[in-house]
Design a protein around this ligand. Sequence first.
Ligand code: ATP
Ligand code: MG
Length: 403
Amino acid sequence: MNQQIMQVLLVEDNPADATLVRQAFSLFPQEQWQFIGVETLGEAITAYHHMSDNPENDPFDLVLLDLGLPDAKGLETIQQFLAASPEALVVVLSGLDDATLALQAIEQGAQDYLVKDQITLQTLLKSIQFALRRQHTLRQTQRSACVTQQALQQAQAINEQQISFVGMVSHEIRNPLGVIQMSTELLQSTLDAPINAKVQKWLGKIQIANDQVVYLLNDVLTLCRLRAENLSCKYSCVRLHHFCTDLVDEIQQTSGAHHVIELTVQKGLGHAFTDIQLARSIFTNLISNAIKYTPQGGIIRFNVTAHDRWITFLIQDSGIGIPEAEQQHLFEHFYRASNAADIAGTGLGLAIVKRCVIALQGKIEVESKVDRGTTFKVQLPLLLSASDAPKNNLEVSSAIASR
Ligand code: ATP
Ligand code: MG
């Protein structure tokens, strides 16, 4: 507070008392005091607001308030002033040496109660300095809370912009990929096989690469969606057997003949409400991992059962496994286990899986032994009707998804 200019509102209708106060303040050389003097409560409220409502003005640091004004007397003076300006720092200057009144004034929100006849320079100095120190600390706390809040809002806005940009770009890339896919299929169907065996092989490679990019984009889009929509889901009715068969067929096509995916779905398993896009992200990632981390010729088992209001999905492989100490990090963004260094990957898949499982209010566990294999167990709530869908999740469609 050294050599700061302190703004003081002096509310005193007695000119002699006002002059005395100003003189007393001039004896504190470590501060510069700037006084604005008014004589009534009405003027005091107007002056206070004039200074604090206009950002070009410095607000008052201190209000010295007499309790015997022409338009207000006693405690009501403090009550009315603080009701109009609750953040003001008020020190009462009173002619009355009344302990009860002093206590009530403090209870009303005054910082101190000084009796005019008994004010010594020492008491005035202490009182004002303590009050100012309290005010200074309070304002600093408010200011830093405000700065933190602004920084948080800015960071959120930037984050949202980035998410929507990435989402938009990913979405737009899907169109040309669709064209590549279609053109490749057309080329394949118009070329005759004996002459073009090699060309067929290359076209097959284009298709696989194309599918992989589509999977990657779908993952990025899912991630963007989950972040942008705060984990909200779009529930629709899914025929579980169809859903799993379609998914396995699709993955089997892109993974080639080197791995067999064995699907077992519990007999009589019907439909359930879920978010089809999130569910696809979960199982595409887990089955693709099982294939990727299992040497050629391996079998991947995908087992689906329902029991006690949960659907349980087991994805089991006999691949390289995951070292026990590293299993706790699997769901972190970009985490890759030490024994997977020679196999391409970004470490995003399981992070997406985890977010999707959380969004669907499910559970995920992993059991793995190095060189023996890995089993992921996903449990999703068995929602049999649209009204079972969690209320915080927004969109529910009762139409049966066609996939
Ligand atoms: P991508 O983002 O392309 O999926 P990724 O497969 O490396 O890359 P995640 O799917 O997140 O990333 O998997 C994280 C890590 O977990 C993998 O790098 C691998 O070390 C380990 N992992 C996941 N699934 C298996 C599995 N079935 N068998 C062995 N290791 C696995
Ligand atoms: Mg993966």
